[in-house]
Ligand binder design. Structure first.
Ligand code: NAD
Length: 493
């Protein structure tokens, strides 16, 4: 018997008004895990009104007090880290070491955002006039609508909701349909940490039934979205017509560059982890390697050998190195791209669904490697979001940078070289939001800004010292204590 979960609206756990529900599944075993409200715009509307009402007092709660609740939530997450990680592996498949890392990002973010409550620095500056004070302060925006994907079901809500709440916004949270349980835990923890009713509201349901009405809702002042570029751009178009503030974190096609002077052992380890970790389902996953022609064949041989040896299975088993894809539709996408890739490069590892023994019950796919792929091939340019890697031969750093920067996406990139001049040139020239030197494309730390250029984003960065930017407006305040009218914006000379 699966458990029945509810929405969280105005501090109460309630079913969808329609009574309709949906189920979540374990992608490694097919087991049903729980039943959730399939909400509609009616439920969303209630949640937005609850958030708008709670905003009146939450915005006036001192920021250090707001932040204390976020910090306390971080302490609860820390106590429950292992249980949360296990629940996450059951729900979306990645191996325990990775789900522990996902939960840890929630803890790190709670501490970082908690500290921000005692900073939230504004700026003071001299006025043009005598006896006049000038400053600018951060203000909350209002009700934040938060829409998240399934691949980092604890970390991504943390990056968005924790800064939003510290800044004094209230929120309505719509998680992905594949990972409702993690959103439920997240919200329960904030309830336990003492968040007042209505400050955080949770509405389960589909993008069409809950996400779209959220974007269109006149009382939602800011949308923070992470997910595919296709959906993100649709949201941007709707929000644009309404003049609504929107922060987008979207797809990626992240590249590692391996130069002829690279430490190949290190590059192999890093590429394996970046390409096949989380079964290739990270927005920062490496899915193409621009490798110098002199080391291409050697790298292909070593990567293929290591990819074939990866142990697939249920992420809860300690020996498992790669879990399943999240659902059947993702398997179909990967199968489609592998069929395309067969005509675009040389298949040197994997290429098929993995069905040995218990794997047949889940959505498993072999770690797949294509060598000698053209830089313009579809497997080298389109986001696949699965364990599929393409090697592209290059002759120079300039060529690799040009290929990287021609991509529709710009999240993360990396270079392996021992040459400091090449490393610095790459840091300067690679047009992505994140650049790594002698490290793979994954592994962001919460206290640095996170986000990407081109099709990956719309100029915002989450986390780091930029965490409050999407969720605050600047207000400039002038205080004239001269006792007379001093006019600015007029020629006083
Ligand atoms: P998705 O775009 O299918 O869904 C993301 C969220 O949007 C879900 O909650 C979904 O229900 C909702 N949604 C769908 N249609 C909507 C609509 N019309 N209006 C409003 N909301 C709607 O993405 P996904 O499959 O959950 O996640 C995978 C994608 O996310 C990949 O493209 C990956 O690169 C991207 N991603 C990006 C980052 C980043 O920081 N750049 C991080 C993680 C994942």
């Amino acid at each position: 018997m699966s458990s029945l979960y509810q929405n969280f609206i105005g501090g109460r756990w309630v079913p969808a008004r329609s009574g309709r529900t949906f189920f979540n599944h374990n992608p490694a075993t097919g087991e049903i895990l729980g039943e959730y409200p399939a909400s509609s715009s009616e439920d969303l509307d209630e949640a937005v009104l609850a958030a708008a009402s709670a905003y009146r007092s939450w915005r006036l709660t001192p920021a250090p007090k707001r932040a204390e609740i976020v910090f306390r939530a971080g302490e609860i997450i820390r106590e429950r880290k292992e249980d949360l990680a296990r629940a996450m592996t059951r729900e979306m498949g990645k191996v325990l070491a990775e789900t522990r890392g996902d939960v840890q990002e929630g803890i790190d973010m709670a501490y970082l955002a908690g500290g921000e409550g005692r900073r939230m620095y504004g700026v003071t500056t001299p006025s043009e006039m005598p006896n006049k004070w000038a400053m600018s302060v951060r203000c909350p925006v209002g009700v934040a609508g938060v829409i998240t994907p399934w691949n980092f079901p604890f970390a991504i809500p943390s990056w968005k909701l924790m800064p939003a709440l510290v800044a004094g916004n209230t929120a309505v949270f719509k998680p992905a349909g594949d990972t409702p349980e993690m959103a439920w835990h997240f919200t329960r923890i904030f309830e336990e940490a003492g968040l007042p009713p209505g400050v955080l509201n949770l509405v389960f349901g589909s993008g069409a039934q809950v996400g779209q009405p959220m974007v269109e809702h006149p009382r939602v002042q800011v949308i923070s979205f992470t997910g595919s570029t296709e959906v993100g751009l649709g949201i941007n178009a709707t929000a644009g017509k309404l003049g609504k503030r929107v922060s987008l974190e979207m797809g990626g096609k992240n590249a590692v560059i391996v130069m002829d002077d690279a430490q190949l052992d290190l590059a192999v380890e890093a590429i394996l982890w970046s390409a096949y970790g989380t079964t290739g389902q990270r927005c920062t996953a490496c899915s193409r390697v621009m490798v110098h022609a002199q080391v291409h064949d050697e790298l292909a041989r070593r990567l293929a050998e290591r990819a074939r040896a990866l142990k697939l299975g249920d992420g809860l088993e300690p020996e498992t190195q790669m879990g399943p894809l999240v659902n059947e539709s993702q398997v179909k996408t990967v199968e489609k791209y592998v069929a395309i890739g067969r005509n675009e490069g040389q298949l040197v590892a994997g290429g098929a669904r993995a069905t040995d023994g218990a794997l047949a019950r889940g959505h498993f796919f072999q770690p797949t490697l294509f060598a000698d792929v053209k830089s313009t091939a579809r497997v080298a340019t389109e986001e696949i979001f699965g364990p599929v890697l393409a090697l592209v031969k290059i002759q120079s750093l300039e060529e690799a940078v040009a290929i990287n920067n021609a991509s529709a996406y710009g999240l993360s990139s990396s270079i392996f070289t021992q040459d400091v001049n090449r490393a610095f040139a790459a840091m300067r020239d690679l047009d992505t939001g994140i650049v790594y030197v002698n490290h793979g494309t994954t592994g962001a730390e919460t206290h640095l800004p996170f986000g990407g250029t081109r099709g990956t984003g719309n100029g915002h960065r989450e986390a780091g010292h930029t965490m409050l930017d999407p969720f605050t407006e600047w207000k400039s305040v002038y205080v004239d204590f001269s006792g007379r009218l001093q006019r600015a914006q007029i020629d006083n000379n």
